[in-house]
Write a protein that binds this ligand. Structure first.
Ligand code: SAM
Length: 205
């Protein structure tokens, strides 16, 4: 993607980037993913899609992963690169559903993370994205994701995500469900709740 590429799914983030930093950085990767930390692969290559301010990318780098962080909102990417200077994080301006930069390369990932991103894609984008995400995983690579439920903040674009159809569509892309876990909002918003899903890429001959 070049710097002028526009997507609809990140509406609102550029304007609010400066005010989002503190809240995004006030929680930790370990807090969010506590229920599935036991499923975290041994350190290898990780891809954080929609990496925001880089909180999770930095946590994975500290755990020994070589991290690729894809973030299409330049204003968030700038904060991330300022805050998290781990040399093992590579930043890219790339976006779902197609992730053209990543698909142009040969890297495959032992872990793909999508924290609070999926609900920004519409139905057609979600259908297109899943097989492309699965394709970027190594065999037995894992996908961790969280999906938000709750009101759409003004200026953002979000869709309701039915979870069972998502699990079924992931299965059709060769992703087997390891964990489906409901949890409350880590920022304390009473009207927001989350689903956490962990998948593993099946070894299909
Ligand atoms: C709620 S924020 C989450 C950021 C970070 N993952 C976190 O948990 O703090 C949603 C992120 O998704 C990004 N995003 C929106 N549309 C995207 C797309 N099509 N592909 C990749 N990332 C996208 C936004 O720019 C933003 O960084």
């Amino acid at each position: 993607m070049n710097a002028d590429t526009k997507i609809a799914s990140n509406a609102g983030y550029a304007a609010e980037a400066d005010s989002l930093v503190a809240s995004y950085e006030s929680i930790t990767f370990e807090d969010i993913y506590a229920p599935i930390l036991n499923l975290l692969p041994q350190a290898g290559r990780a891809l954080d899609i929609g990496a925001g301010t880089g909180r999770d990318a930095a946590a994975l780098a500290k755990r020994g992963f070589l991290v690729h962080a894809a973030e299409p909102t330049a204003e968030l990417r700038a904060h991330a690169q300022r805050l998290h200077r781990e040399p093992t994080i590579t930043w890219t301006d790339d976006a779902l559903p197609d992730l053209p930069q990543l698909h142009a390369g040969t890297a495959r990932f032992d872990l793909i993370l999508m924290t609070a991103v999926w609900m920004h894609l519409d139905e057609e984008e979600r259908a297109r994205a899943l097989p492309r995400i699965a394709h970027l995983l190594t065999s037995s690579g894992r996908l961790f994701m969280t999906v938000r439920k709750g009101p759409v903040p003004p200026g953002r674009r979000m869709f309701p995500i039915p979870i069972e159809p998502l699990i079924a569509a992931a299965g059709e892309s060769g992703l087997a469900l390891l964990k489906n876990y409901e949890f409350s909002d880590r920022l304390g918003r009473q009207d927001v709740s989350w689903t956490m899903l962990a998948f593993e890429r099946e070894n299909r001959v």
